[in-house]
Design a protein around this ligand. Structure first.
Ligand SMILES: Nc1nc2c(ncn2[C@@H]2O[C@H](COP(=O)(O)OP(=O)(O)OP(=O)(O)O)[C@@H](O)[C@H]2O)c(=O)[nH]1
Ligand SMILES: [Mg+2]
Ligand SMILES: [Zn+2]
Length: 322
């Protein structure tokens, strides 16, 4: 016999309608209490809906038996890492992970190739969600010394903006020390396109995770969406990490796109110095931002991301893995 007591736990896996909640050493498969379900419907219309519970959520639950429980309440989130998800009845917020304090944006040198638009989108989402962001360039073993040098030169620009950049290869164990150090005692979310090596890196850091990994198509250079669920793991070195599926479209959520320049730290010194007060810094004359791009003070790739997001140009919208 179980006594119905309310306990606090944490969601480590979420599948629509079912949530694995960890409480000490036990993991219970939980459903949602009726009032939470109703909230999910009324908030967002009838057919599409945002899941009210995300991995990382702290919840109050009631245990029903040795394996099952009911989530009665979701505790307020400290942070949330969300993206805009295009449903067939409009855009909704998809909270990927709640309560994390840092995002590790994984990219690969090749297979799939690096995409700066995707990287910058993730950095903006981290900023919008009040989380630290660390950049990781994986598969360093796949490029020769000259290309490695090119990458490090390009990424110096991100370091100047205050982002830490890690260069890793699962084939070079010594390259993983810095990543281990970054993850230790933090609650991190690993994001990036399909096939860049997110799950492989976590396996390399902690082999007993045994996460499934998948080959990248040789011709297409695209990942095959091997990881399909967000999942949270405790790390032996301390801290927690959430592995995520490579998402095809990193839609911005919680970002004020009319004031996008505020999400680009390198633009800050120039703000308010353009000829027009409402300068969008795209095609206006006497624009301090465009001038700074000309002189190289603002990196051209970053400016390109700004323009794509500001103007809603769709050519660059897809992730390499889509
Ligand atoms: N050469 C090389 N291959 C790597 C490296 N890291 C991962 N891979 C390979 O890249 C492929 C994709 O790795 P995954 O770990 O499945 O990639 P993922 O980012 O988790 O992909 P999704 O789960 O689909 O989002 C696998 O074949 C890995 O063996 C690396 O540092 N070097
Ligand atoms: Mg994976
Ligand atoms: Zn301007």
């Amino acid at each position: 016999m179980f006594i119905l007591t309310r306990e606090q736990g944490r969601v480590i896996r979420a599948r629509t309608g079912f949530y694995d909640v960890q409480h000490g050493d036990i993991v219970l498969r939980c459903t949602l209490r009726g009032t939470l379900k109703r909230r999910r419907r009324s908030e967002t219309g009838r057919r599409i809906y945002a899941d009210p519970v995300a991995v990382g959520d702290k919840v109050i639950f009631t245990q029903l038996d040795a394996e099952e429980g009911v989530v009665a309440e979701i505790l307020p989130r400290e942070t949330k890492f969300s993206r805009q998800y295009a449903g067939n009845q409009g855009d909704i917020e998809q909270v990927i992970v709640a309560n994390a304090n840092q995002i590790v944006v994984v990219n690969s040198t090749r297979m799939p190739p690096l995409n700066f638009r995707t990287l910058d989108r993730f950095l903006i989402l981290a900023e919008a969600g009040d989380m630290e962001a660390v950049i990781c360039l994986n598969k360093m073993d796949l490029v020769d010394a000259a290309v490695r040098e090119e990458f490090t030169t390009t990424f110096t620009n991100y370091e100047k903006l205050g982002y830490q950049v890690l260069y890793t290869s699962t084939h070079k164990p010594e390259s993983l020390d810095a990543l281990r150090h970054i993850l230790q005692d933090q609650f991190s979310v690993i994001v990036g396109a399909s096939g860049v090596g997110k799950s492989s890196l976590l396996n390399a850091i902690q082999p007993d995770l045994g996460l499934r990994t998948g080959e990248v198509g040789l011709k297409t250079e695209k990942g095959r969406h091997t990881t399909t669920l967000v999942e949270l793991f405790p790390l032996e070195i301390g801290g927690d990490v959430a592995d995520t599926p490579g998402i095809r479209e990193v839609g911005l959520w919680g970002v004020d796109t009319d004031n996008l320049e505020y999400y680009f730290p390198e633009m800050e010194p120039y703000l308010g110095t353009c000829k027009f007060n409402d300068c969008a810094h795209v095609a206006e004359p006497d624009c301090a931002i465009q001038d700074a791009v000309e002189t190289g003070e603002i990196h051209a790739e970053r400016y390109r991301s700004y323009v794509v997001l500001r103007t809603g140009e769709t050519t660059d919208y897809k992730m390499p893995g889509s």
